[in-house]
Design a protein around this ligand. Structure first.
Ligand SMILES: Nc1ncnc2c1ncn2[C@@H]1O[C@H](COP(=O)(O)OP(=O)(O)OP(=O)(O)O)[C@@H](O)[C@H]1O
Ligand SMILES: [Mg+2]
Length: 210
């Protein structure tokens, strides 16, 4: 993974290399650090799948953590709203934090709408081959009919501005590593598909033998 060391305001900060390296952490953990980056419309199933995949991985002894969009907006990104600029900054911060988790050798799962392709490309650039893009691919109709949080109804009523899919764009990935059809497949099918991909890539061993 590229560690971007140039984007800083002060010339007086100097990078300090860790004595315990990512390689050392990964070999102690018995698996690589990586980021499973779930993207898709609100209600597409990012949080549901990230948590379900994490539960399976955790049960295998994999070191995991879910970074969820709604959760970081309670703290790390509490100062950000949903303007284009704030969405860009939100994703930039999340990618940076996910990068720290990768350095810690953790299999990290992020659940953010992350609607802009350029932001995800930036995250991919930062995280290198640790970045695994998972598109939760579902139509707006399905998401709107689920309306898990009641937000679509409010967006249609004009109570929420810049709502992704309605008044703000969602740019689907063009080359996602994994595409799960969360509108037509069950949660279990989607989880299996992701787990099989991880095994096929050698990122985890067959379930039960980490
Ligand atoms: N195959 C599937 N994968 C994921 N979720 C599914 C699937 N089929 C049905 N669902 C349901 O769809 C809903 C998805 O909601 P969830 O909160 O995970 O969406 P989200 O993408 O995290 O949305 P938001 O961006 O608003 O946080 C849940 O109620 C879940 O049970
Ligand atoms: Mg969610």
């Amino acid at each position: 993974m590229t560690v971007l060391k140039n984007d800083k305001k002060s010339p007086n900060v100097v990078w300090h290399e860790s004595q315990v390296t990512r390689d050392m952490r990964e070999s102690q953990n018995g698996h690589r650090g990586a980021v499973l980056w779930f993207t898709g419309l609100s209600g597409a199933g990012k949080s549901t799948l990230a948590n379900a995949v994490e539960a399976r991985l955790h049960a295998m002894g994999v070191h995991t953590f879910v970074i969820d969009g709604d959760n970081v907006r309670h703290g790390l990104c509490a100062d950000l709203g949903f303007s284009d600029a704030d969405r860009v900054e939100n994703i930039r911060r999340v990618a940076e934090v996910a990068g720290l988790f990768v350095q810690a050798g953790i299999l990290t799962l992020t659940a953010f709408i992350s609607p802009f392709r350029a932001d995800r490309t930036q995250a991919r650039k930062l995280l290198g081959n640790a970045f695994v893009e998972i598109h939760c691919d579902t139509s707006l109709d399905v998401c709107e009919s689920r309306d898990v949080k009641g937000l679509y109804k409010r967006a249609r009523a004009g109570e929420i501005t810049a709502f992704t899919g309605i008044s703000s764009p969602y740019e689907p990935p063009e080359h996602a590593e994994i595409v799960v059809q969360t509108g037509s497949q069950t949660i279990a099918q989607c989880v299996d598909e992701i787990m099989q991909w991880l095994v096929a890539q050698g990122m985890i061993h067959t379930e039960g033998e980490v």
